[in-house]
Write a new protein. Structure first.
Length: 517
């Protein structure tokens, strides 16, 4: 029985797939837009990452922690066991973007497209990732397709849209007739769609360039990323070997015209062999059905596992991946950062005590949810092992005393979901005053901003009235700030608000006694 043709014509199936892709992509973007504090519920916002089988499996292996919320990924596993890599062809946001930004006229690089051995790369990356997870390392999750899209939208695309809108508004505001409509427009989109204050992320160009590189690979071969590199595609591909609905049989009407092979975006249909297609590479896009002039292509239910291909992982590749992962983890943990943390490696509340590096899946949900823009993706502050994990940069934004969004939105509880009362007592750092830069200490001029901004009911910054000699030589009374580090929780608002230009005169440092990265 042709399972697909039973319900709709091939062209309607293709239209339905594109419609589903657009709806899912728009829903994904909407969840990102309303991920900030006061937006949609955290359980809804982080649902896309909890649907990710690769992220949830790697987290389970690395943290040895089974979360009830991770069970959502079983829905995608079940989908794959029935329909193969339908996730890649119908639901994956990155896959949809690859289809949107796909060249109409492709270069004739058939040698590359037919180089099936290159498909082993995604399996090698998948195996290396999972073996590294056994050692508690999740660095390679930066190549998970969902984390790629989340980080790019968070750090680059959405802020870029905001800045472009602001620039256009500023330009048009010079026309007096447009001022009232512009004010109404701005009030409608902020904070509903765009932040009240512009968001800034360091190395946003790097994240944008990596994403652009993934898109640009489309010009080498259709869905290059999905064919050769995607570790999630590799995982789903292995599950698809036992998928029930698959394209394996071609009916007697087939004339061998190769129309299906020419339109297949993943090259799973071999030219000259229209009946030979690998279900682990098929994304169920159904383009082959629409392209067939004689309705010769069929999708049938089969209970027999698909044949193993020569590019599928074998024992040698598993052993090689294990060796690479073990060596890589060993080298990463031999770095100086493993001996002593960067003094400014301030983590979100509760994250340090929660063994962040073995739990964080690098999705950037916490970075997006932070209302002050203080959470940023780490670069090399904790070495390559901690790349793109969250850290607080108080000079960019502070940890809001009335916010616990980062822990609530984290899909794997790498940042514990603390109540607001619990979060307010968690020490993430301690403030130190540089008396050589402080306006009151060094210049003997009045300034009590840090004390005024401290949000604690019992201030962690106190003022000491002292007699000092002014510039004119006379003695004056001045309030000098001092930090009570028994009370300070390291929220960083003092550093953020310090009026000294450049490096703040009061800085927050990571807890010195914490041995975790």
């Amino acid at each position: 029985m042709n399972v697909v043709a039973k319900f709709m014509t091939p062209r309607r199936w293709r239209t339905a797939r594109k419609s589903v892709q657009i709806v899912i992509l728009l829903a994904f973007i909407a969840l990102l837009v309303w991920a900030r504090q006061g937006g949609w519920p955290a359980e809804l916002v982080n649902a896309p990452m909890r649907l990710d089988p690769l992220g949830m499996l790697a987290h389970l292996v690395a943290s040895r922690t089974l979360l009830a919320t991770s069970a959502l990924a079983l829905l995608i596993v079940a989908l794959t066991l029935f329909f193969g890599r339908a996730w890649c062809g119908w639901l994956c946001p990155l896959g949809t973007l690859l289809d949107v930004f796909s060249p109409r006229r492709r270069a004739h690089l058939t040698g590359l497209q037919d180089l099936s051995g290159v498909r082993r790369l995604k399996y090698g990356l998948l195996l290396t990732l999972l073996v590294a997870a056994l050692f508690g390392n999740l660095t390679l999750l930066i190549f998970d397709p969902l984390t790629i899209v989340l980080r790019t939208f968070t750090t680059s695309l959405l802020p870029a849209v905001d800045h472009i809108v602001s620039a256009v508004e500023t330009t048009l505001y010079q026309v007096e007739l447009l001022r009232e409509p512009l004010a109404a427009f701005d009030a409608a989109v902020r904070p509903a769609l765009l932040p009240v204050q512009p968001a800034y992320y360091r190395d946003a160009a790097l994240f944008a360039a990596l994403f652009a590189g993934v898109i640009a690979l489309n010009w080498l071969a259709p869905r290059f990323w999905c064919r050769y590199l995607c570790p999630l595609g590799g995982l789903l591909g292995l599950l698809s070997k036992v998928g029930i609905v698959r394209r394996e049989v071609v009916s007697a009407q087939c004339t061998g015209c190769d129309a299906c092979a020419r339109v297949c975006p993943t090259g799973t249909i071999q030219p000259g062999q229209p009946g030979a297609s690998d279900p682990s590479e098929c994304t169920l896009c159904l383009d082959c059905l629409a392209a067939c002039p004689r309705n010769g292509a069929t999708f049938k239910a089969r209970l027999v596992p698909a044949r193993w291909q020569r590019y599928d992982p074998d024992r040698r590749q598993v052993l090689a991946a294990a060796g690479v992962a073990a060596a890589g983890v060993g080298v990463l943990r031999s770095e100086m950062t493993a001996r002593r943390d960067d003094a400014h490696l301030v983590r979100p509340p509760g994250a340090r005590e929660n063994e962040l590096l073995s739990k964080c899946i690098r999705c950037g949900q916490c970075v997006r949810a932070c209302p002050t823009n203080g959470l940023q993706p780490a670069l090399l502050e904790s070495g390559l092992e901690g790349v793109w994990t969250p850290l607080l940069l108080p000079r960019v934004g502070y940890c809001d005393y009335s916010c616990n969004a980062c822990g609530q939105v984290c899909p794997v509880q790498a940042i514990p979901p603390l109540s607001l009362d619990e979060k307010r007592t968690r020490i993430i750092g301690a403030a130190y005053i540089d008396t050589t830069r402080c306006i009151a200490w060094a210049d003997h001029r009045p300034c009590i901003v840090c004390e005024e901004m401290c949000p604690l009911p019992e201030k962690a910054i106190t003022l000491e009235i002292t007699q000092v000699r002014a510039a004119g030589g006379e003695m004056v009374s001045l309030q000098l700030p001092r930090v009570d580090r028994e009370r300070c929780i390291g929220c960083g608002i003092c550093e953020y608000k310090c009026p000294v230009n450049g490096q703040s005169a009061i800085r927050v440092y990571a807890p010195a006694s914490d041995p975790l990265g």
